[in-house]
Design a protein around this ligand. Structure first.
Ligand code: SF4
Length: 508
């Protein structure tokens, strides 16, 4: 994949004299996006912060606008997601619920464009962090062009890098910037001298990995930070898109660089650091060293890695050291129990080793969540039930990741289907049968069953929850809750795959 794709369809109204007389101003924006849900770590805008630092180093004034953090609004379901209508229960809530509210996180594209243009930018850099939100990014770009066609609009981020042609085909985008910002953004600026104010080329040294820290929460209890310290992964799991943007060479941020940035935070306040890295355990010595150094300087710190850890790289000794350094919970990725599915996905697995890890964590009284993927190419209703059954017998909560495609993954290298459909179909929450193995009904049934198992592991139940549990156990059928105003009642979820549900309850 090319690292930079620069095609100037709309002339830049920037000239050299203008640039050197005053610093140009860039707005770096994360567009609002629509989905059923989001998470705080998805909203950390780590890449956007890195792009901002690069632009500042090269002489730009910057303004970072992260729209998804600024509120949400319930939307009608998109026509492209009409296959979900059968499964949705208005006002559904509770421990076996599927999603019920389709929402836009952030203001409308019209309003977002007006907010951006109010900053009087000389250029707008839009970040699309997942291809599923490509159409949200393009919608904002269109409104920018409607409201002020003279301002150039550039698009970058992982969602752009996996299929730049999708953005290039839209006449509201002046150029796409693909791959890692540390490499592609300086190259892009250098290739467009009207945009480049750098005096010192060493500012963006080749191979350098930048990083950023987002404070996603701050309260009397302390500060919650999210960061990533590494890029790239040499493993070849077929369902993983990491290599499409970051390549297959594992690289890390120098420990001293990270530590020096952390000095901005007080040492006497509790602090939690969540690492969003895809596979930080690939360099265990580095990971343990950086945790140890942070712990020495910030005694009240603790850690998590919510994006998941490869359990095969954990052993009892490593677990003990991570716990001693401040890990309070472990998110683990199993992918699948099935040997043949793992083989087909080029993923390694060892259920016995996973059990050892989980039982060791239980002995240490450390909670865990173990994730599996539902909807891989070779999945069947039986393989999914085996995943759920196996994890239900382990001392762990379980998480289900509904499979979604990313252009460029094995089986999804033909771009045409992505041009023909709404990008929101590529969200996991769309439960779309992309790989042709499971139906939407089966994926949603599995989603509810997974939540049900976690529900059975609760320690305390509200009276209405106790009623729900009793009814499901007695009838061996799924139920959920629906609410309207102050009234709530139990419902049988529509559209369940009855065979899958029956097979699940048969052995319980
Ligand atoms: S899923 Fe994890 S181990 Fe597999 S390729 Fe992606 S980052 Fe690497």
């Amino acid at each position: 994949m090319m690292s930079v794709s620069n095609f100037m369809k709309v002339g830049l109204n920037i000239n050299f004299s203008q640039f050197y007389m005053k610093k140009l101003k860039a707005v770096i924006a994360t567009p609002s996006f629509s989905d059923f849900y989001t998470t705080t770590h998805r909203l950390s805008a780590l890449g956007e912060r890195i792009a901002e630092k690069i632009l500042q180093r090269r002489g730009w004034r910057t303004r970072l606008l992260h729209f998804p953090r600024t509120g949400k609004q319930v939307l009608p379901l998109l026509p492209a997601l009409s296959h979900l209508e059968t499964f949705l229960i208005p006002g559904e809530f509770g421990p076996t619920a599927f999603f019920s509210k389709y929402q836009r996180f952030g203001p409308s594209p019209e309003d977002s464009a007006a907010i951006i243009l109010n900053e009087k930018p000389d250029a707008v850099f839009l970040s699309c962090f997942a291809f599923a939100y490509a159409d949200d990014t393009l919608s904002l770009a269109r409104h920018l062009k409607i409201q002020r066609p003279s301002v150039p609009v550039y698009a970058g981020g992982a969602g752009v890098s996996v299929l730049p042609e999708y953005f290039q085909a839209a006449d509201c985008i002046d150029a796409v910037i693909t791959g890692e910002a540390e490499k592609s953004l300086p190259t892009f600026l250098k290739e467009n001298p009207a945009l480049d104010n750098s005096i010192d080329d060493c500012l963006d040294s080749p191979g350098r990995i930048d990083f950023s820290i987002a404070m996603t929460r701050s309260s009397k209890k302390g500060r919650w930070l999210t960061t990533t310290l590494s890029r790239g992964c040499p493993q070849k799991c077929q369902f993983c898109a990491n290599h499409l943007t970051h390549g297959r060479v594992f690289r890390t941020v120098p420990i001293e660089t990270f530590l020096s940035t952390l000095q901005a935070f007080p040492k006497d306040v509790p602090m939690h650091i969540n690492f969003e890295d895809d596979n930080l355990l690939l360099d265990k010595d580095y990971f343990l060293a950086i945790l140890g150094t942070i712990k020495n300087q910030f005694p009240r710190v603790d850690f998590s890695a919510e994006n998941g850890m490869d359990y095969l790289l954990l052993d009892v000794n490593t677990l003990d050291r991570l716990i001693a350094l401040g890990f309070r919970q472990f998110n683990l990725s199993m992918a699948s129990l099935s040997t043949s599915i793992l083989k087909d996905s080029h993923r390694r697995g060892d259920p016995e080793h996973l059990q050892e890890v989980l039982y060791h964590l239980r002995r240490k009284n450390i909670p865990s969540i173990t994730y599996f993927i539902c909807g891989l190419k070779k999945d069947t209703a039986d393989s999914v039930i085996e995943n759920i059954g196996f994890l239900s017998r382990q001392p762990t909560l379980m998480g289900i990741s509904l499979f979604y495609p990313v252009p460029g993954l094995s089986g999804f290298r033909d771009a045409q289907p992505f041009f023909k459909s709404d990008s929101h179909l590529c969200a996991g929450s769309a439960a779309f049968p992309w790989s042709g193995s499971l139906t939407t009904a089966q994926m949603i049934t599995a989603f509810r069953l997974t939540r049900y198992i976690n529900f059975t592991q609760k320690k305390d139940y509200q009276p209405h929850e106790r009623d729900l549990l009793t009814r499901i156990c007695n009838e061996r059928k799924l139920y959920s809750f629906q609410r309207k105003g102050r009234q709530k009642w139990m419902v049988r979820p529509p559209g369940l795959d009855r065979d899958m549900e029956a097979a699940f309850f048969k052995n319980r």
